[in-house]
Design a protein around this ligand. Sequence first.
Ligand code: SF4
Length: 294
Amino acid sequence: MHYHGPIVRPQTDADSLFIELTVGCTHNSCTFCNFYHGYDFKIAPLSQVEEDLKEAAAVYPFARKIWASGGNPYCLPTEHLVKCGQLFSKYYPDVPVTTYARVDDLLRKSVEEMVQIRESGIHKLVVGIESGDDEVLAAVKKGYTAADILEGCGKLEKAGVPYRVIYLSGLAGHGKAHESAERTLKILNQLHPYMMILTTVALLPGTELYKDWREGRFEELTERERLDEFKVLMEGLQNPIEVFSATSTNSEPFWVRLPEERASIVDDLEGSIAAMTEEKEKLWAARRHRMTTV
Ligand code: SF4
């Protein structure tokens, strides 16, 4: 198998077969992210993809899902992605294949191209929107706007491509998260991702956000604020969705389906906010400050 960089995938996909499609990220500029520092963007040759699939199919024919690895493989030309999809279908005809896309990758593809890619064998996407608040998106240098999220994800919906979104709480900074989550709801309630991966930011050494924090330009949320930001989202998400938040940075792991479990998760979050002590605040801040990656 060929792996030339870190394999970054959501926790929900940790039990996948990993097949490298790209190394690194074409953007590599988000202020909170250090995943691909030191790695230039590279495309895995089709011959490598086929070799890895052939090897995997021989030793691990029972894979139940495949993660097409790379920071944002959906940036690749449609023709190339279709060839990769055909290889997945050849070696693992019944196995769902998922990969990462940036919002600007979605903007560059037509709905017809998205259909072609899905039909070839790359079935689902994970889109790290992080926020739907323009102020936050600009501050963390995401490279797109809330309107772009609506347009890009709207195209996926027209193409019938199932997708998850990642929301990264805490990016608005101390005192601003509640309103920022409300602004995000205005965007998300116009869309229909089947899942939200809900996580919270850790300040990772080597990132611009870490430097901003150390030099006093960014103030972290308290633990209570992080939980309140989650609560705003759990109360306000209107379309049916699963929310997965069992991530390494989060003090309140849960996996719920909305709207069915709304009352119970809101109740749990309210309980955790009420029970939050200064000692727990310090404990969680210290845990996140020890992290070098997530
Ligand atoms: S968060 Fe995603 S898009 Fe931003 S630099 Fe990291 S891998 Fe690239």
